[in-house]
Design a protein around this ligand. Structure first.
Ligand SMILES: [Zn+2]
Length: 332
């Protein structure tokens, strides 16, 4: 069945085959352009010269459904005229197939396949999709005029609990400066902690930060649950922040969240890798000084100073991949 612009974007994306989408359609206030399955650009007919150019993505991991619902609500309000879009907007539903089956991924974690890493895994279906999303993002930002803001928020939820429930990851910036205004905006959305990455990564936000010169963030917004089981009131902060941003309304700003920096990755080199943390350990848990965090054959990872914390521990990854990040506070 052909897609109607007034239909539910999420439901239609999950139900549709790739070919069901029109190239574009025109509504009273804006034009909608489909760049592919779950890849939708919205351009207001009257776009101010310095309007923001905003990419919002969700569902890069198929089991992380709440941000997808938030994004779908915002889109429904834009189409119904309840939210007056004053920005150029690209919406990305990352992995429709995994979203449909409720799995994080099918062949390979898609958020390890950006910035060209998809070429190393040509057999994974996520590699094709990551390449398609990269092309779409690059095309979107390639027409952003000089001086306009380029923003990207990649929305996620996590399986494990977290000492700080809502946190943001700033991809490695190379020579770029941290954006204080964006940090205050994130604080206003209820983000409690910010992690500064210290090396390039194959994540979507690193790609748009480095290759599209966007102010890009991976946002971790709470617990991952299946469709229908999300308490969307827990996502009200980010929804309100995005709503104001899209309408070019005055943002809520708050003091900069707590700052951490990635110190080193725990790399799983072999199947002998052992992580000495409880399966249920929360993100941002403090690591006591001297603790052996993990062992892998002759390699031992030892906590130093008592200020380090663990992020994204996952001993189940394939050998060669990151099984966790050791982070430390950035001195104020
Ligand atoms: Zn995720």
């Amino acid at each position: 069945m052909p897609f109607s612009p007034h239909a539910d974007f999420l439901a239609a994306t999950l139900a549709a085959a790739k070919t069901d989408f029109p190239a574009s359609c025109t509504l009273t206030q804006l034009r909608m352009v489909w760049h592919g399955h779950g890849l939708l650009e919205l351009v207001p007919h009257k776009l101010a010269a310095h309007a923001d150019h905003i990419l919002i993505s969700a569902g890069i991991h198929g089991n992380e459904t709440a941000p997808v619902e938030v994004l779908n609500t915002l889109l429904g309000d834009i189409i119904a005229g309840r939210l007056l879009l004053q920005a150029r907007l690209l919406l990305v539903l990352g992995h429709p197939i995994a979203l449909k089956s409720g799995e994080r991924y099918i062949d390979f974690d898609m958020n390890r396949l950006f910035a060209g890493a998809h070429r190393q895994h040509p057999d994974a279906q996520e590699a094709l999709r990551a390449a398609e999303i990269e092309r779409t993002a690059a095309l979107f930002f390639s027409t952003t005029p000089e001086g306009a803001r380029r923003l990207h928020y990649d929305l996620h939820t996590a399986i494990r609990g977290s000492v700080f429930e809502k946190f943001a990851i700033v991809p490695f910036l190379h020579d770029k400066k941290q954006n204080d205004e964006q940090q205050a905006w994130l604080g206003g959305c209820g983000i409690e902690a910010l992690l500064l990455h210290s090396a390039p990564a194959a994540t979507f936000s690193y790609y748009t930060s480095h290759h599209c010169q966007a102010d890009a963030f991976t946002l971790e917004l709470g617990k991952a649950r299946p469709f229908g089981e999300n308490d969307l009131s827990r996502f009200a902060g980010i929804e309100e922040g995005l709503r104001r941003l899209l309408a070019a309304a005055k943002p809520r700003l708050a003091p900069c969240p707590l700052l951490f920096r990635a110190k080193y990755n725990l790399i799983k080199h072999s199947d002998a890798f052992r992580l000495n943390l409880d399966d249920k350990v929360e993100n941002f848990t403090l690591l006591p000084d001297g603790m052996v965090i993990a062992e892998d054959g002759d390699t031992r990872y030892i906590a130093q100073g008592g200020h380090e914390r663990i992020l994204f521990p996952n001993p189940g990854v394939k050998p060669g991949l990151r099984a966790g990040i050791v982070i430390e506070p950035v001195a104020a």
